[in-house]
Design a protein around this ligand. Sequence first.
Ligand code: ADP
Ligand code: MG
Length: 279
Amino acid sequence: ATPTALLVGTGRGSQLGILIRGPQVLEQTRTVDTIVLDKTGTVTTGRMSVTDVLPAGVSREELLAVAASVESGSEHPVARAIVEAAPAGRVESFQSHAGFGVQGVVDGAAVVAGRPSWLAEQWAVEVPADLPEGTVVAVARDGEYLGAIVVADTVKPSSAAAIARFRELGLEPILLTGDTASSASRVAAEVGIERVEAGVTPAGKLDTIRRLQGEGRVVAMAGDGVNDAAALAAADLGIAMGGGTDAAIAASDITVVSGDLIVVADAVRLARRTLGIIK
Ligand code: ADP
Ligand code: MG
C-alpha cells in the first residue's frame, strides 16, 4: 500500500461506493486470506455515548466539564461522546496521543484524559485498580486523579452479516483494537469473530500485520483512525472506512464510502469475479 494523493473510481467499484487507488488493487484483493478489523468506527458505529461517570473528590459536573474541555480538541469517538455529555470550556496547548488519549491546559491546570494504564505509566497518576470493565477514560488534573468516564458504542447493523460473508470468501476475521479486552470480547461475540487482539497500541497494530504476513498470510486490514494508518499502509490490502480520518484514507488502497463492512465483502467478491476466480 503506497500512499498517493489521488483516488480513482473504477467501473462497478464506484457503483458500489468503493474508491480504488489503481488496477493493481484488484490482484491484491483476489489473494487476501485474512481480514484484520479495527473495532471502533469499523465494526462499531464509532458513535459512542457516556454510560457511567465515576468522580473522585470532585463533582460529577466538574469531572465532565474538565474532561469535555480537554477532549474538545480531539475528533476521536471517545472524545465526541464526552463533549456531547457536558459543556466544554477552552483548552490550550492541546496535544493528542493516538491510541492513548489527550493532554491540554484547562483553566491554567494541566489535564490528561485517556487509557487508565497510560495515565498511570506516562503521567504517574494514581489510578484506582478497581475500575469497571468496558471503555474507561481516566482523567487527571495537575497529576491528581479526578475520576473516570465510561463510554460504549454499538455494532453497525450489517457487521455480523459481513463477518459471515468474509468466512464464506475464505477470509479469517481478526478483531484488532486499542480498546480493552472486555469491550473487544463483547463486540467480537456479538458479530461472530473468534480471534481478538485488544489493548494494542498504534505501533502494535503495525506489528500485528507484519507478524501475520510473516506467517505467510495475505492480509487485508480495515480501519478508520489515525491509529490505524501505519497498519493500513503495511497491509497487503488497506481498506479505509468512509467518514474515517484523512490519515486512514491516505494510507489505504480502497475507501468504502459508506463505511459499511458488507460493502468490503462485496468488493472482495467483485475483485474475484472481475479476475474470473468466481462467477
Ligand atoms: P480503536 O483501536 O478501538 O480504534 P484507539 O486505538 O483509537 O481505539 O484508542 C484506544 C484507546 O485509547 C481507547 O479505547 C481509549 O481508551 C483511549 N483513547 C484514544 N483516544 C482517546 C481520547 N481522545 N480520549 C480519551 N481516551 C482515548
Ligand atoms: Mg477506529
